[in-house]
Design a protein around this ligand. Structure first.
Ligand SMILES: C[S@@+](CC[C@H](N)C(=O)[O-])C[C@H]1O[C@@H](n2cnc3c(N)ncnc32)[C@H](O)[C@@H]1O
Length: 307
């Protein structure tokens, strides 16, 4: 993976006694060095960067626009990135270029996320159109590659939640096999999408994050998704303007389980802004990034500050 971690830090060279010493003397400089060790990322200069306190829209390429946000000011990130060149997207000259771009944006996400907080990425394998019948179509396991990138930029794996869609809503791949019954031609209909749950690498336990919030903000626990294989039978939402819209129910669930009321929450690939609308309803402060004017024009009508 050619992830552009220019300021990457070589952990192997670190002396463990030196790290212990840094932990004892709690100066800002030492804290930065510790974070460099744990996250592999240098803290960026905070000048010209903003802490966000109101619903905000960042128009443009999120690799650039996220640079405006201060380090460690976002409480939770949920997003569905473009699935390489699926649907109407054809922005990338190769799959490697696509992964490099995702890596640069996720690196920014790691920088602005508060220590120990969560990021959830909704992805699934994608198939690209073949140029003709004589070619085999290529299927990319995007979620496996995202795992590598997420680890590389400073997150660690927590869970994979499976979102199951009704079979009638997905492309039919099984028809050929059902006609012939020939082994090897079996291609099941893909009804699942992954929600990849990762936490920012941090030198403290989750309790440390939770203790900053009042008990009053706890969720009512009725109707909790209790199983360790969370299967959410949620229909994909159809939208006349955007081809890949989040169902509101999905946004509600992740916001409920992974953020508190009052938190600042980010979607770096906002599309039609479903996440932002649900976040507002649930009393979170949404930050949306989107580069397509078609969607930003509509989002501008929904009372977002521009940054
Ligand atoms: C899968 S869609 C997200 C749909 C969204 N979840 C919704 O509910 O509408 C991905 C979106 O990311 C936007 N996008 C792609 N690359 C981007 C980039 N580098 N910066 C900002 N937005 C980007 C696309 O224009 C597209 O609207």
């Amino acid at each position: 993976m050619k992830c552009a971690l220019k300021e990457n830090y070589c952990k192997d060279n670190i002396n463990i006694e030196y790290i212990k010493q840094l932990g004892k003397e709690k100066s800002e400089e030492n804290l930065n060095k510790l974070l460099l060790f744990y996250n592999g990322i240098l803290p960026l200069n905070a000048k010209n960067k903003r802490k966000i306190i109101k619903a905000t829209l960042l128009k443009g390429d999120s690799e650039q626009t996220l640079l405006k946000i201060q380090n460690k000011t976002i409480h939770f990130i949920f997003t569905s990135p473009p699935y390489y060149n699926a649907r109407m997207y054809s922005d990338y000259t190769s799959y490697e270029k696509y992964l490099e771009k995702m890596c640069s944006i996720l690196k920014q996400c790691n920088r602005i996320l508060k220590d120990g907080h969560f990021i959830i990425i909704n992805v699934s394998p994608v198939i690209t159109k073949r140029p003709g019948r004589e070619f085999e179509s290529v299927r990319y396991p995007i979620h496996f590659d995202f795992h590598k990138i997420l680890e590389e930029v400073g997150f660690y794996f927590i869970d994979e939640i499976i979102w199951i869609k009704p079979e009638y809503t997905v492309p039919n791949r099984i028809a050929g096999y059902l006609q012939t019954g020939m082994p090897l031609s079996y291609k099941p209909n893909c009804v699942t999408e992954s929600l990849l749950v990762y936490r920012k690498k941090t030198p403290f336990l989750l309790d440390e994050n939770i203790r900053h919030y009042s008990r009053m903000l706890a969720n009512a626990v009725e109707n909790t998704d209790t199983s360790n294989c969370w299967c959410w039978y949620i229909s994909p939402k159809t939208d006349k303007d955007h081809p890949a819209v989040f169902p509101e129910k999905l946004c509600e669930k992740v916001l409920k389980y992974y953020s508190f009321s009052g938190d600042t929450v980010l979607d770096p690939f906002a599309g039609s802004g479903t996440f932002g609308r649900v976040a507002k309803k649930m009393k979170r402060v949404p930050v949306l990034c989107e580069m397509d004017n078609k969607y930003t024009k509509k989002l501008e009508e929904e009372s977002y500050d521009n940054l």
